[in-house]
Design a protein around this ligand. Structure first.
Ligand SMILES: Cc1cc2nc3c(=O)[nH]c(=O)nc-3n(C[C@H](O)[C@H](O)[C@H](O)COP(=O)(O)OP(=O)(O)OC[C@H]3O[C@@H](n4cnc5c(N)ncnc54)[C@H](O)[C@@H]3O)c2cc1C
Ligand SMILES: NC(=O)c1ccc[n+]([C@@H]2O[C@H](COP(=O)([O-])OP(=O)(O)OC[C@H]3O[C@@H](n4cnc5c(N)ncnc54)[C@H](OP(=O)(O)O)[C@@H]3O)[C@@H](O)[C@H]2O)c1
Length: 544
């Protein structure tokens, strides 16, 4: 008996035809039937032929088809706090309010963009409500509340479930292209970018992609699956008073704690677990914490270890304990290298997150994994997250203005390397800023070299702690506003990378001021000018 699978139907559509995999499959079937072709004789249609023959393929729904939503998302701004975003989404269909609960970064860490993640939850193709890394507990909690409405619709919610495109489910992607299908990259090296005495600890990281089977473009981000600090893991095991080799799903408790679950902020589920297995005032406290309350004024300080210590003496079953924790999520880093220089090497610029709470230093899991735990030669689970709207202009002669304080410099190092490697004629202007010129001037020699080589046309620096008065990149933008406007008038594209919460909106405000002052426009006209730049892809942000 021949058990070989049937040969795949050849694609009759040109690769460039703008269809989703589902549409492509449907159309291929349609054409194959219509043209009665067999696998050996079919030749791809030309784009014109395919366009002429196409009846109406099953459309990818753009949004709700029957929940009356207009597709607008005024809350889609990562600088707005969650309360404001929810207010803006008030009265909108459930999936829109769920979208507003996301951090609005469209960062892809969850495997979707914000809109598709919320659609997937409503469609029930995604069960996990705790995937939004930048949104953290606030988002997970809000999603849980909103999820409750799915079985118990509020009066204003639509009775029938909305019809949403099947694309809400994360597309199965090629290996190394999403968190759901990672590849491996090999850690090569770390080099500290700050000089001794700096208050910052930022690392230039290099990884080898030789065996990964992936490529990348400048502007993309790199996703990596970190591992928890083994010292913290052992403290958790000791506090739990459980054997490190307790079996959980074919692995040991210690192994699962190292790379399976988050030891960051204690999730509501953990407090719920404690509320079930303890009594008296501690039960009340755990119950309140699980509902987002702060009964003892310490809620913000409770990571997983602190939560176990708070309920010292209460011993959850190790398996139930693990089930109550959030999964350990991948983290994204803007790529700081160009494949045009070396397609097998990738560079990142990572600031190590450490902060003390109640006498214990808390560690950012991924950043300190890179800063101190991973050894050269180690293979890491990783993937490339394609940038949605962050790329060099298609025309290499277009001038670019890059604004990237701190780690925000990462993608701009990549842009400059790419423009140098491809001999792009466009002018390049970088605004970089950090705390102290002596300590925190990342890639100083390299930038000097690129200036000498006339790749970096202009470098404008802002040091926030060199003098009594803070100077930020946006202050320097105002100082050189006339020249900035001249570049804009010549069609320059503007890029902003780094902190989303404060820097990104201050930079945008400064740009509006520059446009108003030197482009001789009213404030409203300047706002409209920058909005138009955004719409046309001339103002792009990679902020986090
Ligand atoms: C598209 C994208 C690109 C990015 N590019 C870069 C990049 O190029 N370089 C880079 O360094 N990062 C970048 N990031 C951020 C990066 O993904 C991580 O969020 C960052 O490294 C922290 O992750 P972590 O695992 O080390 O920390 P986590 O374990 O996630 O801990 C961080 C959390 O700790 C808490 N926290 C931090 N500081 C304090 C404090 N002082 N007090 C109290 N709580 C605090 C906050 O809740 C914070 O969210 C990017 C993010 C995105 C989405
Ligand atoms: N949670 C937050 O609010 C927050 C904020 C920033 C960064 N981060 C995180 O910290 C990590 C690394 O940050 P980083 O190394 O890139 O450095 P950074 O902390 O963003 O600092 C870089 C430079 O930007 C300055 N800065 C501060 N506020 C600014 C503003 N409103 N406008 C313009 N510049 C401003 C800083 O000055 P001073 O520090 O001297 O004021 C410093 O000189 C990232 O993981 C990022 O996500 C978090």
């Amino acid at each position: 008996m021949n058990l070989a699978p049937p040969p795949p139907t050849p694609s009759l559509l040109p690769e460039s035809a703008p269809f989703s995999p589902a549409q492509r499959a449907w159309l291929n079937g349609f054409f194959a039937g219509m043209l009665s072709v067999d696998g050996n004789t079919a030749t791809p249609l030309s784009p014109a032929e395919s366009a002429a023959l196409i009846p109406s393929p099953p459309t990818q729904a753009k949004g709700p088809l029957d929940d009356g939503d207009d597709g607008q998302a005024p809350w889609h701004d990562q600088t707005l706090p969650i309360a404001e975003r929810m207010k803006l989404a008030d009265g909108r269909p459930l999936r829109r309010r769920m979208m507003a609960a996301m951090a609005q970064q469209d960062c892809g860490q969850c495997g979707y963009n914000c809109r598709d993640y919320s659609d997937a939850i409503v469609l029930r193709t995604e069960e996990r409500l705790n995937l939004c890394v930048p949104g953290g507990k606030e988002t997970a909690r809000m999603l849980k509340t909103l999820f409750g409405e799915m079985d118990n619709p509020a009066p204003a919610a639509p009775a029938a479930p909305p019809v949403i495109a099947e694309t809400a489910a994360p597309a199965r992607t090629e290996i190394g292209r999403s968190r759901d299908n990672p590849t491996t990259a090999t850690f090569i090296s770390r080099t500290r970018l700050n000089k001794p005495g700096s208050e910052k600890e930022t690392w230039h990281i290099e990884l080898d992609l030789t065996d990964s089977g992936i490529d990348y473009r400048v502007g993309d981000a790199f996703g990596i699956f970190p591992r928890n600090d083994p010292r913290l893991t052992d403290q958790v095991i000791a506090a739990l008073d459980a054997p490190a080799d307790f079996p959980i799903g074919g692995r040991t408790l210690r192994e699962v704690l190292i790379d399976g679950v988050s030891l960051g902020p204690a999730p509501d589920m953990l407090f719920q677990l404690y509320s079930y297995i303890t009594g008296g005032t501690r039960r009340q406290s755990a119950k309140a914490l699980s509902a987002g309350g702060n009964p003892d004024g310490d809620a913000e300080t409770l990571d997983v270890l602190a939560a176990i210590e708070k309920f010292r003496g209460v011993r959850p079953d190790p398996e139930a304990f693990i089930e109550a924790l959030d999964p350990l999520q991948p983290r994204l880093y803007s790529i700081a290298s160009s494949p045009k220089v070396d397609p097998h090497r990738i560079a990142l610029t990572i600031d190590a997150v450490r902060y003390p709470i109640n006498g214990r230093t808390r560690l950012g899991v991924a950043s300190t994994f890179f800063a101190e735990r991973v050894e050269p030669g180690t293979k890491l689970r990783a993937y490339v997250q394609r940038a949605q709207h962050f790329a060099l202009p298609a025309d290499p002669s277009v001038p670019i203005i890059m604004i990237g304080p701190g780690t925000g410099i990462a993608p701009f190092r990549a842009f400059l390397h790419e423009r140098m490697a491809t001999k792009a004629p466009g002018r390049n202007w970088l605004f970089f800023g950090h705390q102290r010129s002596h300590h925190d001037f990342f890639y100083e020699d390299e930038l000097a070299g690129m200036k000498a080589a006339r790749v970096l046309t202009r470098l404008t620096l802002a040091w926030s702690r060199d003098a009594a008065e803070k100077i930020y990149v946006q202050d320097r933008m105002r100082d050189v506003g006339r020249d900035l406007w001249a570049w804009l008038a010549e069609g320059a594209h503007v890029y902003v990378c780094g902190d989303a919460k404060r820097m990104a909106k201050d930079v945008e405000a400064a740009l509006i001021e520059v446009v108003a002052a030197f482009g001789v426009r009213s404030t409203n006209e300047a706002i409209a000018f920058v909005a138009e730049m955004k719409k046309n892809g001339r103002y792009q942000q990679d902020v986090y």
